[in-house]
Ligand binder design. Structure first.
Ligand code: GSH
Length: 235
């Protein structure tokens, strides 16, 4: 798409941001990544909230939307579907195959992301070590890895025979398996798929986007912004 003006991506180097970076790299769409430092509170800036009212990255603005007018979108799953539709790539065209991919994309959005996110939270960030919460989300993480492993015993890719937005949505979350209390070698089909996705040049470029800006959330200010008063006492 030589005439396409760059898509503006408001993002941070986390799994949900990486999904969109990888998709943009895979499709070859021109884009500009704008850092939204979520540990510093950039997600509460009025201009970001105007396009992402849930104060979360990623969000995009495409100057050339479906009707030729600009369009802004938040929620990584919606962004992946949009970019697949725009480019005709990474989402099958036949109904049966497309719905198969979409169900696994929803499985990522409703299950893998939220549960692995909680596993990270209680294992890495919670100020107290809460055994019940750690067990609950570590067990859930392992269960979800099992679901993906069994799927990949039957199919080359999570969404079916072909690489798709379902793989792009799931892969970035599994890169932090150690922090989720999971051992990747326990899931052989998943591990083989993971290594194949990790070797793709577009994936390698995607996970490098803003990678130098990422820092561990250890200071009180960042913790308050993400998990405390700044997050919950805001109107
Ligand atoms: N369901 C959303 C989740 C996005 C999300 O959780 N983003 C996190 C970073 S990975 C965020 O921006 N957190 C900032 C905050 O909660 O204030 C999506 O997939 O886009």
């Amino acid at each position: 798409m030589p005439d396409q003006a760059p898509i503006d991506v408001y993002t941070w180097p986390t799994p949900n941001g990486h999904k969109v970076h990888i998709m943009l790299e895979e499709t070859g769409l021109p884009y500009r990544a704008h850092a939204v430092d979520i540990g510093r509170g950039d997600q509460f800036a009025p201009e970001f909230l105007a396009i992402s009212p849930n104060n979360k990255i990623p969000a995009i603005t495409d100057p050339a939307g479906p009707d030729g007018q600009p369009i802004s979108l938040f929620e990584s799953g919606a962004i992946l579907v949009y970019l697949a539709g725009k480019t005709g790539q990474l989402l099958p065209k036949t109904d049966r195959a497309r719905f198969e991919v979409l169900q696994w994309l929803m499985f990522q959005m409703g299950g893998v992301g939220p549960m692995l996110g909680q596993a990270h939270h209680f294992r890495m960030y919670a100020p107290e070590k809460l055994p019940y919460a750690i067990d609950r989300y570590t067990n859930e993480a392992r269960r979800l890895y099992g679901v993906i492993d069994r799927r990949l015993e039957k199919c080359a890719f999570v969404g079916g025979d072909d690489y798709s937005i379902a793989d792009i949505a799931i892969f970035p979350w599994l890169r932090s398996w150690q922090n989720q209390g999971v051992v990747l070698d326990d899931y052989p089909a998943l591990k083989a798929w993971f290594d194949g996705i990790a070797a793709r040049p577009a994936v390698q470029r995607g996970v490098q986007v803003l990678a130098d800006r990422r820092k561990p959330i250890t200071d009180d200010k960042s913790r308050d912004i993400l998990f405390g008063k700044s997050q919950y006492e805001r109107r």
